[in-house]
Design a protein around this ligand. Structure first.
Ligand SMILES: Nc1ncnc2c1ncn2[C@@H]1O[C@H](COP(=O)(O)OP(=O)(O)OP(=O)(O)O)[C@@H](O)[C@H]1O
Ligand SMILES: [Mg+2]
Length: 459
């Protein structure tokens, strides 16, 4: 216990105290009000729930044992309705087991009565600091449907979400930078949903997954007969996204030769489908993303500097999962309860050792990998609390199942060749032309992957 003076820095912060013992409520509220906090009290969970919509507290402090609905049940209710509203639980009957179970479920803190004022104020300070950008005002929450899929209580993420809201109201081009699996696409969608374009299309294109020679027709469209295989007119993704937003994912992998065409479209606001002379006006908001450092690529002349400036009026940087460890319990709970399993899993939560392991892990694949691991352990869990051994096993398997860089490259090359041969109907000259390789080189590639062009000929 520390005895340093309590700082009075809580002006205009609202707390809701819930306890079925009126004398304790009175005592605590007087103590808290003395620090500048605004305090309202409720003698039951249902009274608290009724107060929140008009009071909009930034923090709820509740007793654990209460008639009708206890503190944990109140927390569960609040977490669904106001996911970012922190809850501190107090109890006279505190056991370590209950505290672990409560914090595992995402309760902000757990204190045992008699309450140590310093400890309580420190915890309140932490909770308010972490949530200073968040409003529990239901009006704002409703207006915040754009961020409903983004689960976080991290200050870095909350700052980022304020930027998202800010840029969404303008038309500037946004570049999202972040490691694989950090939520780049989720943020791109949030920008779209928070913007005035929200009722129009959001179209995502993965620039690294489309072969260079197909990018132009994918993005700008083509007319019938424009190239072999173009059996009908086809709208490009720019036209599909007209009035809405186009998300160019992994933009750093876009070939230089295509970057110049994209730049022209962005400057002129019109596209020309392959095989036509007709230009079509498009009104599209561009959001781009990459795990690579575009500026670095541009300085190495692997990305056009002019396109870099055009795309990158504002950069949003996503933190790694290990930079937002406070989100791990929240995300775990979210992925355990919100899943697409046909049969609801038995697992309802994680054992404390399992949670510790998840917090200590390095997460190279960030939230995407975390989600996969949680879904994996949920599938195999036969008990309500997922044991640490299952998590250990899942983490090992994930590492083993990740191919090496060389293997991944080889697989990609083979899939690409197969796609080319299918497109060219087994005609090597045509396939080599599409790949911009000469025939000898192309045959060498086919041999390396033991592919026979003849197998792709349709009769
Ligand atoms: N804060 C979050 N809350 C809930 N789910 C999240 C969050 N961040 C990421 N996810 C989930 O993690 C997965 C990966 O997110 P997303 O596809 O947006 O990441 P990414 O950075 O585009 O990944 P990649 O680099 O692999 O393309 C998705 O299933 C997404 O819904
Ligand atoms: Mg992505």
């Amino acid at each position: 216990m520390t005895n340093k003076p309590i700082e009075n820095n809580f002006q205009e912060q609202k707390i809701l105290l819930v306890d079925d013992d009126p004398s304790l409520l009175k005592l605590l509220s007087v103590r808290l009000q003395a620090t500048g906090l605004e305090v309202k009290t409720a003698e039951s969970a249902s009274q608290a729930i009724a107060l929140i919509p008009s009071y909009h507290p930034q923090l709820v402090i509740t007793d654990l044992r209460m008639e009708e609905m206890d503190g944990l049940e109140l927390f569960n209710f609040l977490q669904k309705k106001y996911p970012t509203l922190p809850v501190i639980i107090l109890t006279a009957h505190g056991t370590i087991k209950e505290a672990v179970s409560a914090t595992r479920q995402g309760v902000f803190g757990f204190l045992t009565k008699p309450i140590d004022s310093h400890e309580l104020l420190e915890l309140i300070n932490k909770a308010l600091e972490l949530n200073k950008h968040v409003s529990s005002d239901p009006q704002t929450e409703k207006g915040a449907f754009w961020r409903e899929n983004i689960i976080t209580r991290s200050t870095i993420m909350e700052n980022l979400l304020s930027e998202v809201q800010h840029v969404a109201h303008s038309e500037v081009s946004v570049f999202i930078h972040g490691e694989s699996g950090t939520g780049k696409e989720l943020i791109a969608k949030a920008i779209h949903k928070a913007s005035s374009r929200k009722n129009e299309e959001f179209v995502a294109v993965n620039c690294s997954a489309i072969p260079e020679e197909l990018l132009e027709s994918e993005l700008f469209g083509h007319c019938k007969g424009a190239f072999s295989g173009a059996s009908a007119n086809r709208k490009g993704l720019f036209e599909v996204a007209d009035g809405g937003s186009l998300f160019l994912d992994e933009i750093g992998d876009m070939p230089l030769s295509f970057q110049v065409k994209l730049l022209r479209v962005l400057q002129e606001g019109e596209i020309r489908p392959v095989g036509t002379n007709k230009s079509i006006n498009v009104d599209v908001r561009i959001i781009s993303a990459s795990h690579q450092d575009l500026k670095q690529l541009a300085s190495e002349e692997r990305f056009r500097m002019d396109l870099y400036y055009r795309l990158n009026v504002v950069t949003l940087s996503l933190p790694r999962l290990t930079e937002r460890l406070e989100d791990i319990p929240l995300l775990a709970k979210h992925f355990i309860t919100n899943n697409d399993f046909k049969v609801q899993p038995i697992a309802k939560g994680l054992s404390s050792e399992a949670m510790e392991l998840l917090i200590a892990y390095s997460w190279p694949g960030n939230v995407r990998q975390f989600k996969n691991v949680i879904e994996h352990v949920c599938t195999f869990a036969t008990t309500p609390l997922i044991p640490v051994s299952l998590v250990e096993k899942a983490l090992q398997e994930k590492q083993i199942s990740l191919p090496s860089f060389n293997d991944a490259k080889k697989n990609f090359e083979r899939d690409y060749l197969v796609k080319l041969l299918q497109l060219a109907n087994g005609n090597v000259t045509e396939a080599a032309r599409l790949a911009k390789r000469n025939r000898t080189e192309f045959y060498r590639l086919l041999n390396r992957h033991e592919l026979k062009a003849a197998q792709f000929k349709t009769l």
